[in-house]
Write a protein that binds this ligand. Structure first.
Ligand code: SAM
Length: 284
């Protein structure tokens, strides 16, 4: 059931896109004094060794964060994200990759509330220990989808949600859609970030369209959709071609920040000549 371990994928091109968006959203929310809440429904372990057995198996970080690590010509929002990863590696070598709760921990202020859900017992234990001393933080080993409703709206009515399920079971596609709809009903101003894999399946191909319709119906500040395609399918039509992030109620600054970074990401993370990106938004 819980076969997925993010340690195999830490720091890959999909993490780069996901954590770039997450970091921009949290920086934006941190610009106002009033505290905000981040609910991370599928938090993972918090941090991953890229030198460890899991990450070394396919060395996915080698075609992700490692390609950006030494660059001196990064667009500013990407440079700020790479700096976060450097802050997580105090000896200057890329040894650890920060997962979403660690990116959050690096950016959130003491008064900001972090709620992290992780079902896998080992990853939950590592995460709980990593966040043990962070104030205003709760780490739970319950289902993040089922628990989300109880978190919304957050007390300060300022907040963001990251949904990043494994999608190893197809029901995750329906669950992110339902969770977005229910979340917007309870907290229509919240920033909702949903990551998804770009695969050659119907569920993957249709997800963005469905999320857009849900946001059109209920999000107060519209939506943004970004997709970064880096690879071609293998000869059997399998493999992850890239990934996307759907953001309901995005910060108004996010579109231009991503526009600045995406051509660079295509050039440096693309694995074939047809690598490309999509960036679209609808302001309400
Ligand atoms: N968000 C993390 C990051 O960016 O570093 C990576 C998360 S990983 C893609 C998905 C995680 O969700 C896995 O660690 C898995 O054990 C966990 N998981 C799967 N189903 C879950 C559920 N219903 N509720 C909470 N966690 C779940």
């Amino acid at each position: 059931m819980l076969a997925y371990r993010h340690a195999f994928h830490a720091g890959n091109h999909a993490d780069v896109l996901k954590h770039l968006v997450l970091a921009r959203v949290l920086r934006y929310l941190g610009e106002k004094d009033k505290p905000y809440t981040l609910v991370d429904t599928h938090a993972g372990a918090g941090g991953y060794s890229v030198e460890g057995r899991y990450a070394q198996k396919n060395a996915e970080y080698g075609s992700g964060i490692a390609r950006l690590w030494d660059r001196k010509d990064l667009p500013e929002p990407l440079a700020a994200y790479v700096q976060l990863v450097k802050d997580f590696n105090p000896d200057g070598q890329l040894r650890q990759y920060p997962g979403s709760p660690a990116v959050a921990n690096l950016l959130m202020r003491e008064a900001d509330r972090l709620r992290a859900y992780e079902l896998h017992p080992t990853d939950h234990r590592i995460l709980a220990s990593y966040l043990e001393s962070r104030p205003n933080t709760q780490v739970a080993d319950t289902d993040g989808f089922a628990s989300l409703k109880g978190e919304l709206p957050p007390p300060s009515r300022r907040g963001a949600v990251l949904m990043d399920p494994p999608y190893e079971i197809k029901t995750d596609y329906g669950k992110v859609l339902t969770a977005l709809r229910e979340g917007l009903q309870r907290f229509a101003d919240g920033v909702y970030m949903i990551w998804y894999p770009q695969l050659q399946t119907l569920e993957s191909a249709q997800l963005a369209t469905r999320l857009k319709a849900a946001a059109d119906a209920a999000a107060k500040k519209g939506w943004l959709h970004v997709r970064l395609t880096v690879a071609q399918p293998d000869e059997r039509g399998f493999g992850m071609l890239g990934s996307g992030m759907f953001v309901a109620n995005p910060p108004f600054t996010l579109h231009d920040e991503l526009q600045e970074c995406l051509p660079y990401l295509v050039e440096h993370l693309g694995q074939y000549d047809g690598a490309n990106f999509v960036l679209e938004q609808r302001a309400s």
